[in-house]
Design a binder for this molecule. Structure first.
Ligand SMILES: *[C@@H]1O[C@H](CO)[C@@H](O)[C@H](O)[C@H]1NC(C)=O
Ligand SMILES: *[C@@H]1O[C@H](CO)[C@@H](O)[C@H](O)[C@H]1NC(C)=O
Ligand SMILES: *[C@@H]1O[C@H](CO)[C@@H](O)[C@H](O)[C@H]1NC(C)=O
Length: 377
């Protein structure tokens, strides 16, 4: 009997052990699967997140320069009754066929326009002085980009109706929020278009530059002919343009290896239907789309000037200037002669200062074309 009961006890013990093993393995299996499932969920979620992000990216590039038509209306670059006026984000292709209203044009003298950034009143004063003394017949428009009250008062005193000078407060609130970052220079194409829309022709001059010649007849003649005159530098557009910006214009860096870039700090523009459609519209659109004017990672400092060959990207992006030159390449079929001016009309306060200190202009200063002749091919 004892033997039997011992066997029985063994059996029972075995039974419990098997049961315990089964429970343990079931529990651990359950824990494992649930962990795996949740892991899987996380992976799937992340994956779909990546997928969503990348499809967002694609949409951005595809829709490229789709901007709210309200901005374009107020700038005279879209009809009020254009079919996609309300849609905003309608079909991507519609935005490329914005109906451009008849442009304001002029055969007369252009207005001279500039923008006064905070703490730059001194620079603008030098420019105003040169206009006042050398170009007395011209109207001048000074955009106030947020001057202090004291500087505003000073500006109002210098820039008065006795010599056709007018101060315009730039309405940042009318535009997307990135426009207020002045280093992106989005305001420049916008000010230029506002002036063209109002006066038909403009000589844009940045603060820091001033006129050295009273004779604009040559550059005006050429601007009336081609629509725009700019001053080229020796570096190619490919060297100063973030690769992403090219995508917005459906082109690539390679095409711009040998195009001399013109600066956007001083330009002469005469409005026409062609200029509005082919140059100002895409330029303004790019200025209004932050991803275009300033793609993620774009910066204007820390340029690599010792790169070889010269056409490689320096790592420095020139925002509105980069966009302008991409557009010029397409508009003039990479022929620079129609829009590249050789006239020496401007001086630069920075160059003057460096000259006085017997220094040459450092490589990383960009106003290289001012007062320097560039040999054309
Ligand atoms: C108008 O501007 C000119 C040139 O800056 C200046 O000489 C003149 O005093 C100003 N006139 C008034 C009334 O402020
Ligand atoms: C201005 O310059 C052009 C040449 O660039 C010359 O033909 C013209 O006579 C000049 N006009 C004046 C008023 O000096
Ligand atoms: C610059 O060089 C000139 C002569 O080349 C000299 O007369 C002048 O004093 C120098 N100026 C400075 C600030 O060193």
């Amino acid at each position: 009997m004892t033997g039997r009961s011992a066997v029985d006890r063994m059996k029972t013990k075995n039974f419990y052990m098997v049961l315990a093993l089964a429970v343990v393995s079931t529990v651990s299996l359950w824990i494992l699967t649930s962990t795996f499932t949740s892991l899987q969920t996380i992976v799937t979620k992340t994956h779909s997140g990546i997928k969503r992000a990348s499809s967002n990216m694609q949409i951005t590039v595809e829709e490229a320069l789709t901007v709210d038509p309200t901005y374009l209306h107020s700038l005279g670059l879209a009809s009020r009754d254009s079919p996609d006026s309300k849609a905003g984000k309608g079909s991507g292709s519609a935005s490329f066929m914005v109906e451009i209203p008849t442009q304001r044009t002029t055969n007369g003298t252009p207005v001279i326009a500039t923008a006064a950034a905070p703490d730059k009143f001194g620079e603008v004063a030098s420019l105003m002085k040169s206009v006042h003394s050398l170009l007395p017949g011209y109207t001048m428009v000074v955009y106030d980009l947020g001057l202090s009250t004291a500087d505003q008062a000073l500006l109002g005193k210098h820039c008065n109706s006795s010599w056709n000078c007018e101060v315009v407060l730039f309405s940042f609130e009318k535009y997307p929020s990135h426009v207020k970052y002045l280093n992106l220079r989005s305001y420049r194409p916008l000010c230029i278009q506002e002036t063209l829309n109002k006066f038909g022709a403009v000589v844009w001059v940045d603060d820091g530059l001033y006129f050295t010649s009273p004779n604009l007849s040559q550059v005006i003649l050429r601007a009336k002919d081609s629509g725009i005159q700019g001053w080229p530098i020796k570096d190619p557009t490919s060297a100063f343009t973030h690769p992403k910006t090219f995508e917005f214009f459906h082109t690539d860096q390679k095409s711009y290896y040998f195009q001399h870039a013109v600066e956007s700090s001083h330009l002469v523009l005469y409005n026409s239907q062609r200029l509005a459609t082919e140059l100002m519209l895409p330029w303004v659109k790019c200025a209004l789309v932050e991803m275009c004017i300033s793609p993620p990672g774009a910066q204007d400092k820390g340029c690599n000037y010792f790169r070889k060959p010269l056409f490689r990207y320096t790592g420095c992006h020139r925002y509105d200037m980069s966009a302008l030159n991409i557009i010029l390449g397409g508009m003039f079929d990479f022929e620079e002669r129609p829009y590249a001016s050789q006239d020496q009309l401007f001086g630069s306060l920075l160059q003057d200062r460096l000259r006085a200190e017997n220094k040459t202009l450092p490589q990383n200063q960009f106003r290289m074309s001012v007062g320097r002749q560039l040999k054309m091919r």
